[in-house]
Design a protein around this ligand. Structure first.
Ligand code: PMP
Length: 361
């Protein structure tokens, strides 16, 4: 039977139960194929249908324009740190990086292997805010402007799409993909590892504007070459077939629930519950992030003392609330509220936070 846990992990993270049940029902024999998805040839018509259907559903829910390709790759977010540079850096040899947390910092470091990286904002010693756009040092000759839409560790999220003045914009949306609507046409490349809002780890989503294809550095491995992968409809080599199937189910689930607009509504409601509890705690709980860029997906917070933090994690665990420990870089607590985490589950956390505060103030 199901252990009554509530998973607040940052990723791999909670998946919609309905989707997991469906995948379970279809696991051994998919439709009338007599096969499991994991046993199918990726060259079979059955798998081609799965590949196409997952793509088409994503295109519908995000209204992806026709001049964009959707790719299902491997290599995770970290693979894309290199892939983005290898595919785009060749345009001018330099790229702009907006570093607002540990993930964009890692991406900038990786990109520096392939060209000149210009840091758009001064190095921060703590990531708790996004410097205002007027202060950004943008290079009009950059191959692209890179940013991380949601910093999973530091809980810093852009609530707007940065203006890049015609330079192709690249976004790492690994931890807030499909949590709100956005205008795809403002981007050159969007990528996301699946293991937060979308599906199992192992599949990495890329949305790339067609006119940016054809610029890969000669050293770019085939499996990371967006042009090759686009030409072959993500079937150049063996794709992560089960992941592509599962993400397709998650896309359909989002569509049935009311689309990314509904996901944004939920995200706002859930994150506000937690932030309000923190802000009304008279300093018992604290979140260091500037309210203008607080993440709706990952909420890092501290409790008055480290002893209380340990106790909080222990008591939460005993009540079935798991994976609440903050990332080792920042410590404390982190509650991740991805699409599959319900308002009820968030309420359970908030009730616990209030009771815990009462008994330890
Ligand atoms: N970018 C962001 C925003 C992330 O949260 C993560 C992983 N948590 C990564 C990139 C790296 O992804 P992966 O582990 O799939 O390489």
């Amino acid at each position: 039977g199901k252990m009554p846990t509530i998973n607040f992990g940052a990723g791999p993270a909670k998946m919609p139960e309905d989707v997991m049940r469906q995948a379970q029902r279809e696991f051994v024999f998919y439709g009338n194929t007599g096969l499991s998805v994991i046993e199918m040839s990726h060259r079979s018509s059955h798998y081609e249908n799965i590949n196409q259907s997952s793509q088409d559903t994503l295109r519908r829910i995000l209204k992806v324009p026709d001049n964009y390709k959707i790719l299902f790759l491997q290599g995770g977010g970290t693979g894309m740190f290199a892939a983005v540079a290898m595919n785009l850096m060749g345009r001018t040899g330099t790229a702009d990086y907006l570093v607002t947390g540990s993930w964009s910092a890692k991406a900038a470091k990786e990109a520096a292997k392939y060209g000149k990286v210009n840091l758009v904002v001064p190095k921060a010693n703590k990531y708790t805010e996004i410097p205002p756009p007027e202060t950004w040092n943008l290079d009009s000759n950059a191959s692209y402007l890179y940013y991380c839409a949601n910093e999973t560790v530091h809980g810093v999220e852009f609530q707007y799409v940065p203006e890049s003045n015609g330079v192709p914009l690249v976004a790492d949306m690994s931890s807030n993909f499909l949590s709100r609507p956005f205008d795809v046409s403002k981007f050159g490349v969007i990528f996301a590892g699946a293991q937060k809002n979308v599906g199992p780890s192992g599949v990495t989503l890329v949305i790339v504007r067609e006119d940016l294809l054809g610029n890969a550095l000669p050293i770019c491995p085939l499996v990371f070459d967006f042009t090759v992968m686009a030409q072959d409809n993500s079937l150049h080599n063996t794709p992560p077939t089960f992941g592509v199937y599962f993400t397709g189910l998650v896309f359909k689930w989002i569509e049935e629930k009311g689309g990314v607009e509904k996901m944004a509504e939920w995200a706002k409601a859930k994150s506000s519950l937690v932030y309000d509890t923190i802000d009304q705690s008279n300093g018992f709980y604290s979140c260091p992030v500037n309210p203008e860029c607080r993440s709706r997906m990952n909420i890092p917070f501290r409790i008055k003392t480290e002893e209380l933090e340990q106790l909080f994690l222990k008591e939460a665990q005993s009540k079935g609330m798991i994976q609440l420990k903050g990332h080792r870089i920042v410590g404390g607590i982190r509650a991740s509220l991805y699409n599959a985490v319900t308002l009820d589950e968030t309420n359970t956390l908030v009730q616990f936070m209030k009771e815990f505060m009462k008994s330890h103030q």
